[in-house]
Design a binder for this molecule. Structure first.
Ligand code: AHR
Length: 629
């Protein structure tokens, strides 16, 4: 029997408990959710012609890369010179091809100047067999100053691996930049916006927060390549791109072409958060580069610039439109504030160097913005244990929230379901900021199997039971592109046209959709249910909907009959919703071919009186929601 003490809540659950962690890793942003189809559109990759191919043999000098340092953030452009009207064009390969759909509109656009009167552009969309499936022409106007041009055309076919030809027709000159192709059908129809299916699968989780932009990319491999939010806002053509920390150069995987263009920048992250009802949770560099790489630090007497970035970010998010950064937000289209409440300082940083830098941030932020909660990194211990030194220091500093990360095997997650049961309630709150059960680590890439997901489901009962102290939780990483990834497992996999959630996605989603306001003790023989007989349980009450929600994990290869005794004076309505994720084979996973092999099954059930007596499938995670009066 499991006793559910419905009238005896042990605490309030944080209102922003279940969120998502976004990082531009595994082609999550460029080549992923950011819907741009042209790779290296502004010729700013390390090799200016990366991803571009000449279509014809043309005389030397027909195409020149001009590097003009006066052009902020985007010095390079392409100059075309044709003495006569010869055939000259370039082909862009896209991000492992371009995903296009039959009947959908695509907008080709560019910036250009100094076009000769005769110069015109013709674009052709090709399928994987090099057949033309869409075409458009665009005349260029004369003029010395940069101007923009665009044309919309329709794709006659669906292709996951299309390419774009750009022909420069007529004789004469032109200088072009920001050669771009976007689907018109983006999330909320925003021009040059985000991939709709990838945002939708996030929105379906109803996340309470989005942590962005990472992850290691916050730190950078060195300080020069750290994430600097100010370089990611304002006109897109002025956002200075950098090599992605997950580029092959730093990681031995197949992504030598991985750069951060910042088309998805901080403004867009805030907007995305708002769109899907999630609190924005930015993480900023603390003056230290990734300690797994160079570990470069900025001298303490030069930290002001970093702290100023934090102050200015708060102004950008929340400031009045008469402030410089508030005005930029308004100019970009959002006069209303974004209601930033939490800010992370550092990601996976540790040691005295971190504490010194964090203390400097804390002093200024608490003085100028006491309303902002500071999230501090807890470093990363390979065994998933806390660093005593860091933990003690963060407590002494009375930091608001500690960000813990754990990428560990399933057994660790199963045995850790009581990790926070006796945790000190008087100090900082906990943000389980990155976690994933890794079935095959350290010997190879982990698969997002049912075993991984079920062990996470078991662990998450522990987070939910301690939802008063563990106030935030997010799986990581979020996205993986099947044709270009550096890290696995991931929560959601995509190709250029499709997206599917792993079993872990469905577990996260169930926690997020079925959250409550109050923690309800659920015990067996007076003990929390944290793995005895391979069973795990947590319960919450939703005071608004007046519903009791029980989560139950049966980690046995046999069905289990369980009896939940509802200890309450409240009236229980018998009708309940029972949602089950189950599979007898722990090794199964979802895939592009079978995206819903593991998916929730929902049934309506009727339980009599104050007892829920039911049978739970082998290797299952079940959510029961029952009305209470
Ligand atoms: O989620 C992948 C990486 O794991 C993150 O970038 C980093 O914070 C952690 O080490």
């Amino acid at each position: 029997d499991l006793k559910v003490q419905l009238d005896n809540a042990s605490g309030k659950i944080s209102s922003h408990m279940w969120g998502i962690f976004f990082e531009d890793i595994n082609m999550g942003a460029d080549g992923g959710i950011y819907a741009e189809l042209v790779k290296n559109r502004s010729f700013e990759f390390n090799h200016p012609m990366m991803a571009w191919k000449r279509l014809e043999n043309v005389p030397e000098g027909t195409f020149l890369i001009v590097n003009d340092s006066r052009r902020k953030g985007n010095p390079r452009s392409l100059k075309i010179h044709k003495a006569t009207d010869i055939k000259a064009g370039l082909q862009n390969e896209g991000f492992r091809g371009m995903g296009v759909r039959k009947g959908e509109g695509y907008e080709f656009s560019l910036m250009y100047r100094q076009a000769s009167p005769d110069m015109r552009i013709k674009v052709e969309l090709l399928n994987e067999n090099d057949n033309v499936i869409g075409t458009a022409e665009l005349p260029l106007s004369e003029g010395a100053n940069w101007q923009t041009g665009s044309v919309v055309f329709t794709s006659a076919e669906t292709s996951p691996k299309a390419k774009l030809n750009i022909w420069f027709q007529g004789a004469g000159n032109a200088e072009v930049d920001m050669l771009s192709l976007f689907p018109q059908d983006t999330w909320k129809g925003r021009p040059k916006g985000l991939r709709k299916d990838m945002v939708q699968i996030l929105a379906d989780m109803e996340p309470d927060f989005i942590r962005f932009p990472g992850g290691c990319i916050v730190e950078g491999r060195d300080l020069a390549t750290r994430f600097q939010w100010k370089k990611t806002v304002g006109p897109i053509e002025e956002r200075e791109l950098i090599i992605n920390r997950w580029n092959t150069e730093f990681n031995h995987r197949l992504t030598p072409d991985y750069f951060q263009t910042f088309g998805l920048g901080f403004y867009e992250y805030f907007l995305l958060s708002e769109d899907i009802g999630a609190e924005p949770v930015p993480i900023l560099n603390c003056g230290m580069a990734c300690q797994f790489n160079t570990g470069e630090v900025v001298p303490l007497d030069e930290l002001d610039e970093y702290i100023q970035d934090a102050l200015d970010l708060i102004e950008f998010a929340n400031g009045n439109i008469n402030t410089p950064w508030g005005k930029l937000r308004a100019d970009m289209g959002h006069p209303e504030p974004f209601h930033l409440k939490m800010l992370g300082v550092g990601n996976e940083n540790w040691g005295p160097q971190y504490i010194e830098r964090l203390a400097a941030f804390q002093q200024v932020l608490k003085e100028k913005h006491p309303e902002i909660q500071i999230i501090a990194s807890s470093g990363t211990d390979p065994e998933g244990e806390r660093f005593d030194y860091l933990d003690q220091k963060l407590r002494e500093m009375n930091i608001d929230i500690i960000d813990e990360h754990y990428y560990r095997p399933p057994a660790w997650f199963l045995s850790g379901a009581d990790r926070y049961d006796d945790y000190d309630r008087n100090g900082p709150k906990i943000f389980a900021g990155e976690y994933a059960s890794h079935t095959t680590r350290p010997n190879g890439p982990g698969r997002s199997t049912w075993e991984a997901a079920l062990s996470e489901a078991a662990f998450l009962t522990g987070l939910e039971r301690n939802g008063d102290i563990v106030t935030m939780a997010s799986y990581a990483p979020l996205f993986g592109h099947v044709d270009g990834w550096q890290w696995s497992p991931d929560l959601i996999w995509v190709d250029n046209l499709h997206v599917y959630g792993t079993p872990s996605y469905h577990v996260q989603k169930l926690y997020s959709l079925y959250k409550g306001t109050d923690i309800i003790p659920i015990q067996r023989d007076g003990q929390n249910v944290t793995g005895q007989d391979s069973l795990y349980a947590s319960a919450v009450y939703d005071a608004e909907a007046k519903e009791l929600i029980i989560k139950f994990v049966n980690y046995n290869d046999q069905p289990v009959v369980a009896n939940f005794q509802l200890d309450t004076k409240k009236k229980i309505k018998g009708d309940a919703t029972k949602i089950t994720l189950a599979n007898e084979n722990l090794n199964v996973a979802n895939s592009l071919e079978e995206p819903l092999k593991i998916q929730p099954q929902t049934v309506q059930v009727n339980y009599k009186g104050k007892t829920i007596n039911d049978t739970f499938l082998p290797y299952s995670f079940t959510v029961i929601k029952i009305s209470v009066q």
